[in-house]
Design a protein around this ligand. Structure first.
Ligand code: ADP
Ligand code: MG
Length: 372
């Protein structure tokens, strides 16, 4: 059973809470370029500080050498916060012990110490001794078996923060979708999504595979894919003949003569498939309209090259349906934001790879570690 941070409420005053948050935000010219994750993380940080906890805040940056200093600058006007260029060493311990009720101490990027990703037990002990209790509010990294995610919670009483619980509760309905159900998967690198697709075909009535993922299915069928991105044709396996799998019937290709919409089996040797074509969206329309539950992750086309039409059309189609809908993935979210339809979905996940692993496996290492 997972315990909510709210169960700590009577014990917070004067208690050192080691809070693992996800403060991994893009930094440009030394300042925070997009504070979205910080604003989300503030809910748990402020909750703890406002009740007199002494908060020791730990996070990674995906840039291993990166510093959380710009994050400290962003948070300082909102909290009584100090930043320390140490992680779990003597300076961090001295600072944690000097905290007063309601203070927040932000540690440096935890991945600067290689022992974090190595899940080193000694490092976990050093970290754990900075707090009297532990809270995980970093769902988007809870698919990683890192020290601060899976070992620290075994050393201290461990709780889940508000963001963590929101992601877990938001995604849970996708594990048992109401019928008729439709899952839509796009993006690239089939190898990273094939496990998820195998789970989805056991739970969903239809699974639409788009984006560069469908190129591997086309190639596995023996259809020409020209110069399109293929990465995992060899892992398609028996999914190719699974009757629940739905592929785009038409695609948008580019070749030296321009861009054209062609049948998926009619791709020429100089063509590059960049997106699904409008008639593929039309073929999806009845499935979307009759579905009671829709799960969607990953773009239908190459965003970097501006092929956003298929993804935008799909976002609009799902936004207009009455189904319960759960969506996630970086490019998927930017499409939804550009169309201003965020509130048309039941839940919008910002958990990235952790969302995929949670849906594929029904749990995450970081969830298991909190379970007691
Ligand atoms: P997300 O970031 O939404 O979770 P992924 O990371 O799995 O999704 O995939 C996103 C990538 O997939 C983007 O870089 C996008 O350009 C790429 N992509 C989608 N469709 C195609 C395609 N037809 N050809 C090449 N790349 C594609
Ligand atoms: Mg991505």
């Amino acid at each position: 059973m997972i315990h909510s941070v709210e169960e700590l409420e009577p014990h917070l005053k004067g208690t050192r809470i080691l809070l693992r948050s996800d403060l991994n935000v893009p930094i440009e010219n030394g300042t925070v370029a997009d504070p979205f994750r910080l604003e989300a993380a503030l809910k748990t940080i402020s909750y703890l500080a406002a009740r007199g906890a002494r908060v020791v805040l730990a996070s990674h940056m995906s840039d291993k050498a990166g510093s959380l200093k710009p994050v400290a600058e962003y948070l300082k006007p909102k909290l009584r916060l100090t930043f320390i260029e140490d992680i779990a060493g003597p300076a961090a311990h001295a600072a944690a012990n000097a905290l007063k009720d309601g203070d927040v101490l932000l540690l440096e990027n935890i991945r600067r110490d290689n022992r974090e990703e190595a899940n080193d037990e000694g490092f976990a002990r050093e970290l754990a001794s900075l707090g009297d209790a532990y809270v995980n509010d970093a769902f988007p990294v809870s698919h990683r078996p890192h020290a601060s995610i899976v070992t620290v919670p075994k050393l201290l009483h461990a709780y889940a923060g508000f963001q963590f619980l929101a992601e877990m509760r938001g995604l849970m309905p996708a594990l048992e979708p109401d019928a008729p159900s439709l899952a839509i998967v796009g993006g690239a690198k089939l190898v990273t999504k094939v496990g998820l697709i195998h789970t989805l075909v056991t739970k969903y009535d239809k699974v639409f595979v788009g984006g560069a993922l469908s190129n591997d299915f086309f190639a596995a069928k023996g259809w020409p894919v020209g110069k399109s991105l293929v990465s995992g044709t060899d892992v398609v396996g028996d999914l190719l003949t699974n009757p629940k799998i739905v592929l785009p019937e038409t695609v948008t290709v580019e070749n030296p003569t321009g861009t054209h919409d062609v049948g998926a089996h009619d791709v020429g040797e100089n063509d590059v498939i960049w997106d699904i074509a409008p008639s593929s969206i039309e073929a999806l329309r009845p499935l979307v309209q009759e579905a009671k539950f829709i799960l969607w992750n990953g773009p239908m086309g190459n965003f970097e090259k501006g092929f956003t039409a298929g993804t935008d059309a799909l976002a609009a189609l799902i936004a207009g349906s009455h189904a319960k809908s759960i969506v996630g993935g970086g490019d998927t979210l930017s499409s939804i934001q550009n169309l201003h339809v965020e509130d048309k979905f039941t839940f919008v996940s910002t958990a990235g790879g952790a969302m995929l692993d949670f849906l594929a496996n029904g749990t995450l290492p970081g969830i298991e570690a909190l379970d007691r």
